[in-house]
Design a protein around this ligand. Structure first.
Ligand SMILES: [Zn+2]
Length: 462
């Protein structure tokens, strides 16, 4: 999904200091990238790049680090990233094909078992998610809980079996265990809201006393978990759930839905402030709430109130510059502003300012796609064709990001896109930021270079 790379989510990793093995503390990670989308691979820990390597002519790379703390890392082959758990002495080969990034990935070598297991859990739960959404959320709370517990227990049993055979370190085991448990607990945090939608109830279902029993085991302070994706996702839902239920109780409002974003998000800030004391996790959660709130486009006045509260609770947040920049980018996209000064390239390789794209007095709808996201390209092309039929008064202009000229041209040909309506953005980060492309169907409507709607959506605005 576009948003995954656009806000370069810091959903990263863990630091752990296991016992050291003086004989072979070096860690090797290498392998082959089929259909590369970048010329290098970067190994990260948390938000810090540890090392990187360029691909050679056979698309192979090698990273060797003399000494590395045990723990969760991730490697980035732009725009995709993937977690990898590393311990001293590990020597891992990776093979992956960017056309189906996660599905194609295979680890081999020392350290393969825990990594392949984690990957399998990730892919499995991704598949289950559809069933959970389509079939489980309608169930009554007890049956829902029982279904999820059984899925979760089955995976933990597999982990325990592997643990007996392979003897993972405690840190590796704990991390894999947390990946499983938190993933399913996330569904439980969301259940009351999703159940209401799935069952057309007007109110939230009352829950049995032990529905949230797992909350006793939730950690708010384990630095090993801070960058673990299933844990972080859980925390977001958990805080959201607590904020909503807490508001119902404390503010005595008959709230059934979040209608006042400022009010709800201030509850979220207050909860993070009181519950979470691990600094990185705290900063990251505050950041997520701020960014999500900003993207709701509450009034500028409310935004100032929110930011004041934010600064009071998180004065030294490491993400303040990013949040300030996003706030400014959003202001720049308000109606009646000129389009940001961005340059695109046409099929002849000539540069144009975005605001100068020929339009013959028409309103232009800019939409976005990218080479590595072909499923999205297919969907958005279909959607644009529908819109062209029903709303021919607009001109639809596609901006392609993260793709080189040759691939761009060949994709235009395969999807029968009119090159006259297509442009290439050479610097996608600049584009993604300036036009705040946070949703795959995000679009910008402009006329004569002036913004009419900076936050349109191809699926909902027409
Ligand atoms: Zn409230």
């Amino acid at each position: 999904m576009l948003k995954k790379y656009i806000f370069v989510f810091l959903l990263v990793l863990v630091c752990s200091c296991g016992d050291s093995d003086p004989q072979s503390s070096a860690v090797f990670i290498g392998g082959e990238i089929v259909n590369p989308t970048a010329n290098n691979v970067v190994l990260f820990k948390g938000e810090t790049a540890v090392d990187s390597a360029f691909l050679d002519e056979n698309n192979r790379f090698e990273i060797r680090v003399d000494s590395l703390e045990d723990g969760l890392y991730y490697f980035l082959h732009k725009p995709e990233m993937q977690y990898v758990y590393l311990e001293q002495g590990d020597s891992l080969q990776i093979r992956l094909n960017t056309v189906a990034f996660d599905e194609s990935l295979i680890f081999s070598g020392r350290g393969e078992v825990i990594n392949n297991f984690q990957l399998e859990v990730f892919l499995d739960t991704e598949k289950e998610e559809q069933v959970i959404r389509e079939a489980f959320f309608q169930l009554e709370p007890q049956s829902f809980s029982a279904k999820l517990d059984s899925l979760s227990d089955r995976k933990v049993a597999q982990l325990n079996e592997l643990q007996e055979e392979e003897g993972f370190s405690k840190a590796a085991y704990d991390l894999a265990y947390a990946s499983i448990r938190y993933k399913y607990w996330t569904f439980k945090e969301g259940y009351p809201f999703w159940h209401r939608r799935a069952s057309d109830d007007k109110t939230l279902h009352s829950l049995p006393d032990d529905f949230y029993a797992y909350r006793d085991q939730v950690s708010y302070s384990d630095p090993q978990l801070t960058y673990l994706r299933p844990y972080y996702d859980f925390m977001k839902f958990h805080i959201g759930n607590l904020a909503f239920m807490g508001c119902k109780e404390a503010c005595g409002e008959k709230v059934t839905r979040v209608t006042n974003q400022l009010h709800f998000n201030r509850h979220q800030l207050q909860l993070i402030d009181s519950l979470v004391h691990q600094e990185t996790l705290r900063d990251n959660l505050f950041r997520t709430v701020a960014i999500e709130y900003l993207l709701k486009h509450d009034s500028e006045e409310n935004f100032e109130v929110f930011m004041e509260d934010f600064h009071q609770r998180s004065a030294n947040n490491r993400h303040l510059p990013e949040i300030a920049r996003l706030g400014q980018d959003i202001r720049n996209l308000r109606p009646n502003n000129p389009l940001p000064p961005l340059q695109v390239v046409d099929v002849q390789g000539e540069q144009h300012w975005l605001r100068d794209i020929p339009r013959e007095g028409q309103q232009i709808v800019f939409y976005f796609w990218s080479g590595p996201e072909q499923r999205h390209l297919k969907n958005i092309t279909q959607r644009v064709r529908q819109l062209q039929e029903h709303h021919p008064e607009y001109r639809y202009v596609g901006i392609c990001m993260r793709t080189d000229m040759d691939q761009w041209k060949s994709l235009m040909a395969s999807y029968s896109l009119d090159p006259g309506d297509q442009f290439l953005a050479p610097d996608y980060e600049q584009f993604a930021h300036a036009l705040v492309v946070y949703n795959p169907y995000k679009s910008v409507i402009a006329k004569d270079g002036i913004i009419i709607d900076g936050f349109a959506n191809l699926n909902t605005s027409f």
